[in-house]
Design a protein around this ligand. Sequence first.
Ligand code: LLP
Length: 385
Amino acid sequence: MLNKEAVNALQQYPTPFYYYNLDTLRATLSEVKKHALDKGYRVHFALKANFNARILNEIRNAGIGADCVSGGEIARAVETGFNPSEIVFAGVGKSDDEIELALLHDIFCFNCESVQELKVINGLAVKHNKKPNVALRLNPDVDAKTHKYITTGLNENKFGINEEDLDTVLDLLPSLSNVELIGIHFHIGSQVESLEPYRQLCKRANQLNAYIESKGFTLTVINVGGGLGINYQEPDQKAIPDFEAFFGVYDELIELKPHQQLHFELGRAIVGQCGSLITRVLYTKPGRTKNFAVIDAGMTELIRPALYQAEHALNVFKTTTGTQAYDVVGPICESSDVFRTDIMLPELERGDMLAIRSSGAYGEVMQSEYNLRTRRKPVYSDDLK
Ligand code: LLP
């Protein structure tokens, strides 16, 4: 929520910059606590969604662990005070250096994606005299019904171990002296807007859990990943995702044995709504068929519209009676640098401030150096005067 005081206080900063409302984040975290942590579920925050240290501190203080996908993220998680025993390491292409870093920190678990990766981890563990926990990332072939670039749980995707390779992996595991199989892991995709794919995932997870345990393995960790979507259309009315319904699917459908604990890896649902990209109109330009509003933020600051055709709500802070249809575009020399097309907005003038909402996840972290643009520090609600 961007109230009037916040908007006034934000006027003093040069744009573009990210603004984080820490109250929104805290309110979101307390819902996660209520519907997941208090029930004994473990939640790991996906640092790929946001690795800003101030945001991470809030998340860690709420009792949430870290889900990392690179050595850099593991280092950041440790630096920000996450206990290594609460760090999981996922990713389809872990390098040897990254695996060694994770081994040296004694992280909680590696989510392994292939037979070869298991062998490499085992070899490096022998070298360092370690015996890390591993979970098998299994491809459940469940359609998350989201954008194709953020669908991960189908057979055609590069992620996870496919069903036909599972027996090979299970046969191999007893010969790998320095890895300990403790669980199974899934992640079907991101910005999942319906709960149905999660119901299907529960069914698959139950079958695979029963099958692997029937082969004599003990699985203590059932990690069902993340992906819960946020409401990009109505960031104020629906500021907090419906965690009750989401975790409720698992309360109802996942079959846990007494020795098993359910783990989640949420990113977007935790941080998406607390961030806005604050920008100003540089120029208004009537085109032949369109009116353009050229703003000072571009795909270099927020790539989601260009990459996934994502539509983020825009707030304009002015009171005029007139409205007009605009294509809101960034300054980068790429035709994909467009935030919204044909959106009705109050009549815009040079200097007007806009907020591009729901940018707390996959916003700041996906910024690029393209065009050597100036990167400004984020602003936090706690620091506004
Ligand atoms: N776990 C794994 C294994 C993942 O691959 C991901 C996200 C997550 C957890 C967290 O997913 P979340 O709860 O945030 O949906 N840049 C894209 C999203 C990429 C998501 C990649 N994996 C976007 O801006 O929409």
